[in-house]
Design a protein around this ligand. Structure first.
Ligand code: FAD
Ligand code: NAP
Length: 305
C-alpha cells in the first residue's frame, strides 16, 4: 500500500514524487514508457529557468536523479484502469494491481493525428511526429511541417539543420506560436510558408512518401507538391483513457481540477499537461507537481488523524 502513487513520470510526475517523498510519504512512481515524458522529444529547451539552454533528455535526467535518494519506488507498467474502493484507490496495469491511499495522475498528453488519407499508411515511412527522433533521416530533402503552434514552428527550425527546405503549412494566415519562435522562423532562409491551407492527402509509392495534396481553405484550390517527409504537429490529446470512468474529465478528456490540483474524487489529484489548463509547459507541469505532492501529504495527514 502506497501513501501516494503517481502515474506518469514526465516533469509533473517527477516533481510530485520529489515533494511527496520529501514529506516522508511512501511514494510509487509508475511509468509505462521512458521517464521524462515529452521532454525526450525536445532538443533544445530555452525557457526552463536556471538553464540558458538544455536538451530535453538532459533535463529529464536531472529531474530523475534525486528521486532514488528520497526513496521513490520506480514502477514499470501502463495503467489501463483505475478503481476507487472506499478510501483505497487501485491502479491496474496489464500485470499488476497497485493500491494507494492517494493518487496523482500525471499521464500528460500525446500528439494528435491529422486524420487524412495516407497518414497511417506512411507512418514511419515519411510521416513523423518527432523531429528530434527522425529528423536526421531526412538529410538534403524538402520537408513539410503541418501546424502553426510552438511545436510545429520550433521543430521546423530544428529540421533546417538537416533538410534542404522546410515548408510550414498552416490552416490560417497567422501563427499561434510564441513571438520569439515565429521571428526565428521568418528569419530562416530555409523555411517557407503555405498559408490558409490544409493537408488533404499524403501520397507515396510502396516505399515512402512522395507527394502531399494541399487545399487552400479560402480559394478551394488543390495542389500536389513533392516532399520527402511530413512532420505533423497539430496539437495534443490527453492520455486519460484509463480514468474516464471516474467522471473527472471534460468533454475532450482533459482532467478538471481546482487550484490545489484536486479532482472531484477525494484523494485523486491531476497535474501537468493532462489537466484542463491554459499553458502546457515544463514550468507549469513542475508547479502543478509541487502543489499535488504537498496536497497529498495534507490529505494523508488528515485521513490518518
Ligand atoms: P508528459 O511529459 O506528457 O509525461 C507523461 C508521462 O506519463 C509519459 O512519460 C508517459 O509515458 C506516461 N504515461 C502516460 N500514460 C500512462 C499510463 N496509462 N500509465 C503509465 N504511464 C503513462 N515545454 C517547455 O516548457 N519548453 C519547451 O521547449 C517545450 N518544447 C516542446 C517540444 C515538443 C516537440 C513537445 C511535444 C512539447 C514541448 N514542450 C515544451 C511541452 C512540455 O514537454 C510538456 O508541457 C511537459 O512535458 C508536460 O509534462 P507532463 O509531466 O504533464 O506530461
Ligand atoms: P497547439 O498549441 O495546440 O497548436 C496546434 C496547431 O495545429 C495550431 O496552430 C492549430 O491551428 C493547428 N491545427 C490543429 N488541428 C489542425 C488540423 N486538423 N489541421 C491543421 N492544423 C491544425 O499544439 P503544440 O504546438 O503541439 O503545443 C502544445 C503545447 O506544448 C502548447 O501548450 C505549447 O505552448 C507547448 N510547447 C511549448 C514549446 C516551448 O515553450 N518552446 C514548444 C513546443 C510546445 P490554429 O492555430 O488555427 O488553432
Amino acid at each position: 500500500m502506497y501513501d501516494t502513487l503517481i502515474v506518469g513520470s514526465g516533469p509533473a510526475g517527477m516533481t510530485a514524487a520529489l515533494y511527496a517523498a520529501r514529506s516522508n510519504l511512501k511514494v510509487g512512481l509508475l511509468e509505462g514508457g521512458i521517464y521524462g515524458g515529452q521532454m525526450n522529444n525536445t532538443a533544445d529547451i530555452e525557457n526552463y529557468p536556471g538553464y540558458e539552454l538544455i536538451s530535453g533528455p538532459d533535463l529529464a535526467e536531472k529531474m530523475y536523479q534525486p528521486l532514488e535518494k528520497f526513496g521513490v519506488e520506480h514502477l514499470f507498467g501502463q495503467a489501463v484502469d483505475v478503481q476507487v474502493d472506499g478510501r483505497i484507490k487501485k491502479v491496474i496495469t496489464e500485470e499488476e494491481v497497485f493500491e494507494t491511499k492517494s493518487l496523482i495522475l500525471a499521464m500528460g498528453a500525446q500528439h494528435r493525428p491529422l486524420e487524412v488519407p495516407g497518414e497511417a499508411e506512411y507512418n514511419s515511412r515519411g510521416v513523423s511526429y518527432c523531429a528530434v527522433c527522425d529528423g536526421a533521416f531526412f538529410r538534403g530533402q524538402d520537408l513539410l511541417v503541418v501546424g502553426g503552434g510552438d511545436s510545429a514552428v520550433e521543430e521546423a527550425i530544428f529540421l533546417t539543420q538537416f533538410a534542404k527546405t522546410v515548408t510550414i503549412v498552416h490552416r490560417r494566415d497567422e501563427l499561434r506560436a510564441q513571438k520569439i519562435i515565429q521571428d526565428r522562423a521568418f528569419a530562416n532562409e530555409k523555411i517557407k510558408f503555405i498559408w490558409d491551407s490544409v493537408v488533404t492527402e499524403i501520397k507515396g509509392d510502396e516505399r515512402k512518401v512522395q507527394t502531399v495534396e494541399i487545399k487552400n481553405v479560402k480559394t478551394g484550390e488543390i495542389s500536389e507538391q513533392a516532399f520527402g517527409g511530413v512532420f505533423i504537429y497539430v496539437g495534443l490529446d490527453p492520455m486519460s483513457q484509463s480514468v474516464v470512468q471516474l467522471g473527472i474529465t471534460d468533454e475532450q478528456g482533459w482532467i478538471v481540477t481546482n487550484e490545489a490540483m484536486e479532482t472531484s474524487q477525494p484523494g485523486i489529484f491531476a497535474i501537468g499537461d493532462i489537466r484542463q489548463k491554459q499553458l502546457r509547459q515544463i514550468t507549469t507541469a513542475v508547479g502543478d507537481g509541487a502543489t499535488a505532492g504537498q496536497q497529498a501529504y495534507h490529505y494523508i495527514t488528515e485521513l490518518e488523524g
